[in-house]
Design a protein around this ligand. Structure first.
Ligand code: ASP
Length: 449
């Protein structure tokens, strides 16, 4: 059996929902369908989830959110009317939204999550109602009834392990099951949402729970591309890549598939296929455990900005027992997680996401490292980007570093850092953020042209 997840643009309008339903009914193996909330119909449009966040904010700040709520009701009502399933479902959705908006506001995060989850929940009800209206055996299943349990971290929940056993039975349900993405329930019965874009994670959890043969993730692009198509015109599509390659690429900015969504399917070895709702005939990109034919060393190039480096040097650092622990302890006490720590004999760089450091935190950390570790030199460099080349084939190919560094040098890009993790699946270059796009272009020309 296949689990098919559809993203927001696939559900943004009645026409899109018709496409989704025809994709689902065209393959009898597609029996479990996970849906996002309706997304953008056009570039300037607002996603239903963002409209719901506006509702929650208005409710919390002004006590009422009538206008904001009406906008969401109208959005759903228009879709329902166009699908010809009109009044009954619209009433159900309007009543549900009103109840959430009038709910308990004593805990703002809980209130926010209850509203945020309404996009997916009502979209699932709508799709199920439409399928029924065209004579298809379909049902909406609530994550509460299914036993999708999450940690009680509002807006950033993690799946609890018992969910997998709880949800096994979904594979035995007859007909087509429509399951809302993005949220579940805490042990105490509250609605909690996953991180933004989290319906990908729900799809993956459901796939793992029912041990699906394939997790299909329908979005609005034909495939994952070897580089961001906004940077390079018509880049090479990727037909197959490994979980590890996908993980590395999403770390540095590939946003087609949520970074956290690979974990459940990875543990079960379930392949993931990214496909296009608007062009379902295209082969898409399949993410697998192992690739058998590796012809090119590099599959993709990714880049992400917003990093900073704390550079530390101290003569004989390598002899000092506990040096690394003390530094990491300072970071831990400031509740900061680090990204990478490339090191030399007497120096190291700690690479952080820049947003984790505010001015006071930065000053405190620098002072503590200076005083507690008596370093010779410490400085913080900001506005850096990480550019990564990724590919399982790099492991067995000589000269990749030389080719990459040569291409960057030819493009006059100054390297702040080079780091190759022990897995040798990726190589990372730290550059000034303003040179990042140029670096990506130079590497693309080197490895793909
Ligand atoms: N609707 C949610 C969001 O916009 C979750 C999702 O679409 O995956 O973040």
């Amino acid at each position: 059996m296949k689990v098919a997840k559809f993203g927001g643009t696939s559900l943004a309008s009645a026409d899109q929902i018709r496409k989704v339903c025809s994709i689902v009914t065209s393959d009898p193996d597609r029996r479990l369908v996970v849906v996002s909330a309706p997304g953008k119909r056009f570039k300037e449009d607002t996603k239903v989830t963002d409209m719901l966040i506006a509702c929650a904010k208005a409710g919390l700040q002004k006590g009422v959110a009538d206008d904001e709520l009406q906008a969401v009701v109208t959005r759903f009502a228009d879709i329902a009317a166009e699908l010809g399933i009109g009044d009954e479902i619209t009433r159900i959705i309007a009543t549900d939204l009103k109840a959430r908006a009038e709910g308990d506001k004593s805990n703002s995060s809980r209130y926010m999550d209850s509203l945020k989850a309404a996009g997916e929940d009502n979209c699932a009800k709508l799709v199920a109602a439409y399928l029924q209206s065209i004579g298809v055996e379909a049902r909406y299943v609530s994550p509460k009834d299914a036993g999708l349990l999450l940690s009680d971290e509002f807006g950033n929940a993690q799946v609890l392990p018992q969910s997998y056993d709880n949800m096994k039975y979904l594979s035995d349900l007859p007909g087509i099951t429509i399951f809302p993405g993005f949220f579940g329930y805490s042990l105490s019965g509250e609605v909690v949402t996953l991180p933004r874009g989290g319906s990908d994670i729900t799809g993956s959890i459901v796939s793992a729970a029912v041990n699906a043969d394939l997790y299909e993730n329908f979005t609005d692009v034909d495939s994952v591309y070897s580089v961001n198509p906004n940077l390079i015109k018509s880049p090479k599509p990727i037909h197959e890549l490994t979980y590890r390659e996908m993980r590395e690429l999403s770390y540095a900015g590939f946003s087609v598939f949520h970074e956290e969504a690979l974990i459940p399917v990875f543990h079960k070895g379930i392949p993931v296929r990214i496909k296009n709702t608007n062009n379902p005939g295209a082969p898409g990109t399949t993410i697998v455990k192992e690739r058998h034919s590796i012809t090119d060393p590099v599959v993709g190039i990714a880049s992400d900005s917003g990093f900073c480096f704390i550079y530390i040097s101290k003569y004989l650092m390598n002899h000092e027992v506990g040096f690394g622990r003390k530094i990491l302890q300072i970071l831990e006490e400031e509740h900061i997680s680090f990204e990478h720590i490339p090191s030399g004999i007497d120096n190291m760089s700690i690479i952080l996401k820049q947003h984790v450091l505010d001015e006071q935190k930065e000053a405190r950390i620098v002072e503590r490292i200076k005083n507690e570790l008596a370093v010779d030199d410490i400085s913080v460099e900001k506005d850096l980007a990480l550019v990564m080349i990724v590919g399982e084939g790099m492991r067995n190919t000589l000269g990749i570093t030389a080719r990459a560094a040569g291409a960057l040098a030819k493009a006059h890009i100054n390297l702040e850092m080079i780091n190759q993790g022990p897995s040798e699946v990726s190589m990372m270059f730290g550059v000034k953020a303003h040179q990042s796009n140029k670096a990506v272009g130079a590497l693309y020309d080197e490895f793909f042209k």
